[in-house]
Design a protein around this ligand. Structure first.
Ligand code: PSU
Ligand code: MN
Length: 304
């Protein structure tokens, strides 16, 4: 194991037994949802992963180490403390060197998972190419991480706070498979269908598990996105939520919010304007991803 990693007892025991481990990110807790719903979500998602035969490993930076698996107290701390750093690839070494508390994004959770030998990672939504990239080149480091780091990411697509067509084009250029589970189109987080067709789609987790294995056995490095739409009964009406997203994006532009602050700002605004409706949907979709992600990880490890 890399000297900067510390495994929790649960993760260590799971690995010793040969159980599949499923990584979870901490930025979704510290910067993606308000307290205390964020902590409740984190605990429930971990339990769903256990209930489906895998071992959860929430990842974060604490005291100069990358922790693979957080304690209950640490989940509480990441959910309730102010001033936790949002750590992407660029920031990782600095936050470890300065012994700060750091929350891992999709990109850094993938990096940590790969260092720990974890192949599956469940989250809500990916970062992507931001709207207005023609003028301000904001492309999440998540996308280049998917191009190079061998972890399968189970998510509900990406939010339409992003330029979704550009995000898909970018992933295609980088050769990242985006496979729709029980959908032909890219899911748009709060809604099931962005209207953007995906090249890859399957209704069968055994097929997806086989495809992941073959990709890596061929030496095709890099990640895979398994795009799992929010359950029908939890999805928000497209006109309703897209209107809210438009006003949040407009406000971010007016306030000149940029760089790593923009995604947390937009997520917070959407919760505020929707009076918490978006938060409920967000929690539901993450739980659904946990169930599918753990099941997929189990199927992957049960293959010959
Ligand atoms: N999208 C969400 N919820 C989130 C994030 C994205 O719906 O919490 C977080 C993830 O941690 C993701 C990060 O990796 O935001 C992307 O930030 P940026 O756009 O600055 O790369
Ligand atoms: Mn960015």
């Amino acid at each position: 194991m890399n000297k900067y990693l510390i495994l929790s007892e649960e993760v260590r025991a799971g690995m010793a037994k040969g159980l599949p481990i499923v990584a979870l990110e901490s930025t979704i807790i510290s910067h993606g949802m308000p307290y205390p719903q964020n902590v409740a979500m984190a605990r429930e998602v971990e339990q769903i992963i256990r209930d489906n035969g895998a071992v959860p490993a929430t990842i974060a930076i604490v005291a100069g180490k990358i922790k693979i698996g957080l304690s209950d107290e640490e989940l509480e701390m990441f959910g309730s403390s102010k001033g936790i750093a949002k750590v992407s690839r660029r920031d990782l070494a600095d936050v470890i060197a300065s012994q700060k508390l750091g929350a891992t994004t999709v990109a850094t959770t993938m990096i940590a998972a790969q260092l720990a030998g974890i192949k599956f990672f469940v989250t809500g939504g990916l970062g992507g190419v931001h709207r207005g990239w023609e003028h301000n080149l904001d492309i999440s480091a998540d996308l280049d991480e998917l191009a190079q780091t061998g972890v399968a990411v189970i998510c509900a697509g990406a939010k339409s706070i992003l330029d979704l067509p550009a995000t898909l084009e970018y992933l295609e250029t980088k050769g990242v498979p985006v496979i729709g589970y029980q959908t032909q189109n890219l899911p748009a987080f709060f809604t099931r269908d962005s209207g953007l067709p995906l090249a890859l789609s399957s209704d069968d987790l055994a097929h997806i598990a086989a495809m992941i294995k073959i990709k890596w056995e061929l030496g095709l490095n890099g990640g895979i996105v398994v795009a799992n739409p929010i359950p029908e009964q939890d999805a928000l009406a497209p006109d309703y939520i897209n209107g809210i997203i438009e006003s949040a994006v407009k406000e971010a532009e007016e306030k000149g919010i940029k760089g790593k602050d923009i995604t947390p700002f937009l997520l917070g605004k959407i919760v505020e304007i929707s009076g918490g409706k978006s938060l409920e949907a967000n929690i539901k979709l993450v739980k659904n991803n946990a169930k599918i992600g753990a099941t997929l990880a189990v199927q992957y490890f049960n293959q010959q």
